[in-house]
Ligand binder design. Structure first.
Ligand SMILES: Cc1cc2nc3c(=O)[nH]c(=O)nc-3n(C[C@H](O)[C@H](O)[C@H](O)COP(=O)(O)OP(=O)(O)OC[C@H]3O[C@@H](n4cnc5c(N)ncnc54)[C@H](O)[C@@H]3O)c2cc1C
Length: 470
């Protein structure tokens, strides 16, 4: 008789918990997931939060990371019916009404819109874009450096303003700064440009698609695979102590460092527990979703076709906004990241209407109300926007954390991904998913390679568990 009830227990059913579970189940392990919320998926949830018939992604909406990630490619979730949708304009960055930088699927067409920066953009972004597969693999497991990772690092490990010195055109500068702002780190810090270059390269390589039927389709596909392999998910159960779980060879935590400490802190060495305690969380998100009558009436008409919109003004304004947010102050005009998901996937809204949404970067734990400032900023670039609002739904940092304990203080990064915490995540180790307890692994975005729907923290943790525990 086995000494264990199951082979592995996974706490949390975000993309990393689900990918870890599927990886183990495919190897024949008996797996059970415990999820605090009533619905599984973590950052992969989509719900009709505004009006019936309008489907909004609750967190992640656009998926350059998933498409370029080896974890998702190897799983082949199209067999479970997962499909993505996109068009020729992954991203647009309006600078002022009527003046917009466009990031197109084609690096050559993008570069052609960037005036004197045409050659540089095509040479750098075009080359990285052509090598998206190698780049995805390199970023997915950065502690095993490949020539592509070294090339990416050499080109862009700098603070964003340094890299911007090479660019002259206002549009290319704005687009690159907006991409780099996805790091959610003060852009004057090193390695922020790396995020910008990688996300730009992925736009050329795989695009910035949305999942057909909402991001929740990614969770549905993973769950379908898991259950077909005999895996189980128990929802509505927030795990407080490891002793409450069934006996298992391995426990994988798709949790924040804070919950990892609550659940298993007494099993960790003082030094490992300390590294979890010391983890610094980054800026937060303030999310708003709108049900719209028609589409956003952008002044610049081509903007209506973009899958994603960065509303941040010129590069200098983006850098200043991110600097203030990182310092705990709210800029007058927040940097907005907006997904026009129903443009790419019309199944998300009734005919003639749109499910529109996005978020602003705000300080950690921010408890103010900036809905009006967000709408005012959109209105400036799209006069008449407010008249089209049928309903809105606001999820501020506190509400984000209430819906997902991993979003500590509303921070969406699982620990600020500055250069130090990108590598020491949560501490320096060639196997960052390992803890000081041989049977417990960390598999969330709080370990390498960090935030985003890549499934790689889950994949690497599951592979390590199998290697260590057979
Ligand atoms: C507003 C927002 C927008 C985003 N946009 C994008 C995007 O467009 N593209 C992209 O790639 N990424 C995006 N992200 C980031 C992405 O969603 C996350 O990096 C990713 O979901 C992290 O996955 P995870 O599995 O580590 O954790 P999560 O997805 O956060 O899931 C963790 C799960 O664990 C559960 N849990 C936590 N503690 C416990 C416990 N003690 N017991 C039981 N269950 C527990 C939680 O309820 C949750 O379901 C966004 C995030 C946010 C918040």
């Amino acid at each position: 008789m086995s000494a264990y009830d199951v082979d592995a227990v996974i706490v949390g059913s975000g993309p990393n918990g689900l990918v870890a579970a599927v990886t183990l189940a495919e190897a024949g392990w008996r797996v059970v997931i415990y999820e605090a919320q009533d619905t599984p998926g973590g950052g992969l949830r989509s719900e009709e939060v505004t009006l019936p018939g309008f489907l909004h992604d609750c967190c992640a909406s656009n998926h350059p990371m998933a498409l370029s990630s080896p974890a998702f490619r190897e799983l082949g979730l199209e067999r479970e019916g997962l499909a993505f949708a996109q068009n020729d304009i992954p991203l647009a960055h309006p600078i002022r009404p009527g003046e917009t930088g466009y990031l197109r699927r084609s690096a050559a067409e993008t570069a052609a819109g960037f005036g004197s920066d045409e050659k540089l953009w095509r040479a750098v972004m075009g080359t990285f874009g052509d090598r998206w597969k190698q780049l995805g693999r390199a970023i997915g497991n950065p502690l095993r450096p490949t020539p592509d990772l070294i090339a990416l690092g050499a080109a862009s490990v700098w603070p964003t303003p340094w890299l911007l010195k090479l660019l002259r055109d206002e549009r290319s500068r704005a687009v690159l700064s907006g991409l780099a702002a996805h790091s959610i780190v003060d852009l004057r810090q090193p390695a922020t440009a790396l995020v910008g270059v990688a996300l730009g390269a992925f736009a050329h390589g795989v695009g910035w698609p949305v999942a057909v039927g909402g991001t929740r389709s990614i969770a549905d596909a993973l769950i379908a695979r898991l259950t077909s392999l005999g895996g189980e998910i128990i929802t509505g159960t927030r795990v407080a102590r490891i002793e409450d779980l069934p006996r298992a060879r391995a426990v994988l935590l798709d949790t924040s460092p804070r919950d990892a400490l609550k659940i298993a802190g007494h099993r960790f060495s003082a030094s490992y527990a300390n590294s979890l305690h010391r983890m610094r969380y980054g800026s937060a998100a303030y999310k708003v979703d709108w049900a719209l009558d028609g589409e956003v009436p952008w002044v610049d008409e081509e903007l209506r076709d973009a899958g994603f919109v960065h509303l941040g003004g010129p590069a200098e304004q983006v850098i200043e906004a991110e600097r203030l947010v990182a310092k705990g102050r709210m800029p007058d005009e927040p940097f907005l990241l907006l997904s026009q998901a129903s443009k790419l996937d019309p199944s998300r809204a009734p005919e003639g209407k749109s499910a529109f949404g996005g978020y602003a970067h705000v300080p950690f734990g921010f408890d103010g109300d900036i809905t009006d400032a967000i709408e005012a900023r959109i209105e400036k670039f799209a006069p008449g926007f407010r008249d089209r609002i049928l309903a809105r739904h606001v999820t501020d940092p506190r509400a984000l954390e209430a819906r997902n304990a991993n979003l500590v203080g509303g921070a969406i990064d699982g620990g600020v991904p500055d250069l130090f915490q990108l590598i020491a995540r949560p501490r320096l180790s060639l196997n960052p998913a390992e803890t000081s307890d041989p049977g417990i692994f960390l598999c969330s975005a709080s370990t390498v390679p960090g935030p985003g729907v890549t499934g790689m923290p889950g994949r690497l943790a599951a592979q390590l568990a199998m290697k260590r525990l057979g």
